[in-house]
Write a protein that binds this ligand. Structure first.
Ligand code: HEM
Length: 227
């Protein structure tokens, strides 16, 4: 029974339409925010609400991308690994929208004020740190960069995704007043994901291949599953 479900899930996730569908779904939050802004339903401070929405989705996609490996290990659905690069890139995309909205619509490209913010407001410094890491990971996410850097160096560099996750959560915790539940839930999820990832890696040492963005393409899902 479980094998049947796993096979069906693998078949669905390796189908030709799976990646385009996930791509379109990942754009829905952006389209929704545009729609709310257009219809005047973003509240009294639409720019701040857009900054908040894009920041939240950057963090959500980052955590979803981080969750794929533990999920793959738990369920044996190897094809989940196909979506890591795309969802990681969506985390960067939403972080870029977040930063652009802040720079363009919130600060009106006032670089002096932005620099002051980066230096004086620690939550902005931490957010900027997370963004720089995400940008570095996005720039080195191509197959060509995996080849140029070599698997070992590429994997070491891409462990930075954990640092970006922690920094994103820290940024969220620092910017809210007091100890609010929502940022703490994201932080707990992030810590749980990191802990879960480390644990099976130490036990079986099986997950290293999945750190490569081309892990599924270089070896068919079916053979990975039976391995
Ligand atoms: C590029 C540098 C960044 C800057 C300048 C920045 C700036 C901001 C600002 C101004 C806010 C609104 C603060 C307020 O409520 O008054 C915010 C909120 C937020 N940012 Fe960032 N941020 C950056 C990077 C990031 C990154 C990389 C992530 C995620 C990985 C992120 C996640 C969030 C979250 C989750 C919120 C709170 C949303 C909410 O209140 O619902 N930010 N950020």
């Amino acid at each position: 029974m479980a094998t049947d479900i796993r096979k069906t899930a693998n078949a669905a996730l390796t189908a030709r339409w799976a990646k385009p569908l996930v791509f379109v779904l990942a754009l829905v939050p952006l389209a929704w925010t545009f729609w709310l802004a257009y219809s005047g339903e973003l509240g009294a401070e639409p720019v701040l609400e857009s900054v908040k929405a894009s920041g939240l989705w950057a963090l959500r996609f980052l955590l979803i991308a981080l969750a794929l490996t533990p999920l793959r290990m738990m369920t044996g659905v190897a094809a989940l690994a196909r979506f890591r690069r795309m969802l990681g890139l969506f985390a960067f995309f939403y972080a870029l929208v977040h930063l652009s909205t802040y720079v363009g619509l919130d600060q009106f490209f006032d670089w002096a004020a932005i620099w002051k913010d980066i230096v004086k407001r620690p939550y902005i410094t931490v957010g900027m740190g997370a963004f720089v890491i995400l940008a570095l990971l996005a720039a080195t996410s191509t197959d060509g960069m995996v080849k140029r850097l070599g698997g070992k160096r590429w994997r070491a560099l891409h462990k930075g995704v954990f640092v970006a996750g922690v920094a994103g959560c820290l940024h969220f915790i620092m910017l809210v007043k007091g100890w609010q539940t929502s940022p703490l839930i994201y932080a707990a999820l992030c810590i749980g994901l990191l802990a879960f990832r480390r644990w099976p890696m130490r036990l079986g040492g099986k997950s290293r291949r999945a750190d490569r963005p081309d892990a599924v393409r270089t070896r068919p899902a079916a053979s990975r599953e039976s391995a």
